[in-house]
Design a protein around this ligand. Structure first.
Ligand code: AMP
Ligand code: MG
Length: 487
């Protein structure tokens, strides 16, 4: 299999990474391979058997042209600055140029220790690897910007966590792995020149239209803020809780990255937290916009030396950009919510309608994902789905009639609108109880439930009778769902 590698970070950014090598796994075995993604990347697998794929995507064999390295970065973790993190369990194999010219990082995750591993083993267990594969594919299918998963390979090794698990390696595809924490690392240890070099590289790679801006570093800040506003609006719209929004887990490309303790909410509650280590709810569902704002303030700080070096007056402009984030986020959020609610036009009083909705959903503990599908069913003249979600048939009657009044200002036919809403609002998401069942089976060697769940969440919008169970939330009386970090 030929890889069209062109390793620009390796070739142009010496000093920003440490060369690294993969540990050789004893008995690699392919668990999953993402054929459509391979095709999109221009990887021709026609003459490559499963054994070869397992060797290539576990680190046992190095593809021709790879230049493996571990990226240096820092990061604020739960508000506290760690000056030295870096890829401790990941290895960037190189950058692939897809047939359409788009550049992607190919990274192995769980392929052994690097210069940045500190006390970690550099490995990953099968559960978190299959969880990232599943959730990232679900996000991609829902149109949420995200890194992707190309392959999952069992290593034949055991990995010790609270107990021993089968080891695995995930191949992650990203438009790059440059994070806010990457900027923080070079701001903290090296200063303006290195920050400017990283900024210039990032602009050349992701945002070439900004290269001629009067102050490109300020323009980069502006663009990354826009992408983060859009990203977090998508998360909220999908009921997604990232769970560990540390600055080292914020990609400047605007893709969701680092699927550790993430999960989707069933019954709506704005304070929902799943991560076992997030005791104070810092990264709760409803706090994600504020945390994004905080993370962007850290990004601005890291960029400031470079911004200042071009024009000291731009420091105030950077501050103004950060101050404007809440408003900018609300705009992105209203765009998402209008689409979810089937509103074609923007009116000032949409805001009151949207804000009121969340109080209602919380009050009645409504299943978030099902609710928007139930609204579309109402447009088709079928109120049964909505009734089943509410404690009493008229529980949300005033809000529904307000929504109806908004719809009536537009001339879209109800069925057409219902179809448009169903293209925005997923019916099938990776429900927590389903994910756990699938991962528990995979751990014992049975991948069938995981494969079926993957198939379902890759087709989130089209209702199928045989998938009715997949649309159901977990049992109401289940113990609170807990997620863990250690991929
Ligand atoms: P994360 O929680 O995935 O964002 O990781 C935070 C930092 O811990 C990163 O620098 C990781 O590379 C590092 N890390 C996490 N798990 C391991 C591990 N098993 N071995 C080495 N480093 C790790
Ligand atoms: Mg991370």
């Amino acid at each position: 299999m030929d890889f069209a590698f062109d390793n620009s970070f390796h070739d142009r950014m010496e000093g920003f990474y440490a060369p690294a090598a993969a540990a050789k796994p004893p008995a690699p075995e392919l668990l999953a391979f993402n054929e459509p993604l391979a095709a999109r990347l221009g990887l021709n697998t026609e003459h490559t058997d499963r054994e070869e794929l397992a060797r290539l995507f576990s680190g046992q064999a190095l593809p021709a042209g790879a230049a493996p390295l571990a990226l240096a970065y820092a990061g604020h973790q739960f508000g506290h600055f760690s000056p030295q993190l870096g890829d401790g369990r990941a290895l960037l194999l190189g950058e692939l140029i897809a047939p359409d010219g788009v550049r992607f990082d190919v990274q192995l995750k769980g392929s052994g220790p690097t210069a940045f591993s500190r006390n970690g083993d550099g490995k990953a267990a099968i559960g978190p690897v299959l969880r990232e594969f599943l959730v990232s594919e679900a996000m991609a299918a829902m149109g949420v910007p995200t890194t992707r998963s190309l392959a999952a390979v069992a290593t034949g090794d055991r990995v010790q966590r609270e107990r021993s698990h089968p080891g695995a390696v995930l191949t992650r595809i990203a438009s790059s792995h440059i994070r806010v924490g990457t900027f923080q690392f070079f701001a903290a240890h090296f200063g303006a020149d290195h920050v400017a070099q990283l900024s210039d590289y990032s602009i050349g790679r992701h945002f070439p239209d900004l290269a001629d801006a009067p102050n490109p570093h300020l323009a980069l800040l502006d663009r990354v803020i826009a992408l983060q506003c859009d990203l977090v609006a998508h998360w909220l719209g999908a009921g997604f809780i990232h769970g560990v929004m540390n600055t080292d887990n914020v990609a400047i490309s605007g893709e969701t990255i680092d699927y550790g303790p993430c999960a989707f909410m069933d019954r709506f509650a704005v304070e929902t937290v799943f991560s076992s280590i997030d005791a104070n709810g810092r990264y709760a569902y409803g706090r994600q916009p504020q945390i994004m704002h905080w993370n962007m303030a850290r990004f601005a700080e890291a960029l400031l030396p470079a911004i200042h070096a071009v024009d000291p007056a731009d420091v105030d402009r950077a501050k103004a950009l950060v101050d404007a984030i809440p408003e900018r986020f609300r705009e992105a959020w209203f765009i998402r919510m209008r689409a979810k609610l089937g509103l074609g036009q923007a009116h000032d009083d949409d805001i009151a309608l949207i804000d009121a909705l969340f109080g209602e959903l919380e009050l009645h503990a409504v299943d978030f994902t099902s609710f928007f599908r139930a609204l579309a069913q109402l447009l088709r003249g079928d109120g049964a789905m909505l009734n089943a979600l509410l404690p009493t048939a008229d529980a949300m009657a005033p809000w529904i009639s307000d929504w109806w009044a908004h719809l009536e200002r537009e001339t879209i036919a109800p069925l057409e609108r219902a179809d448009a809403m169903d293209r925005e609002n997923p019916l099938y998401i990776p429900r927590n109880h389903r994910v756990e069942l699938a991962l528990a089976a995979a751990e014992t060697g049975d991948l069938a439930p995981w494969r079926e769940l993957l198939h379902v969440v890759r087709n989130p919008y089209t209702s199928r009778a045989e998938w009715a169970d997949y649309a159901q939330p977990g049992p109401e009386d289940a113990a609170p769902y807990k997620t863990f970090c250690g991929t």
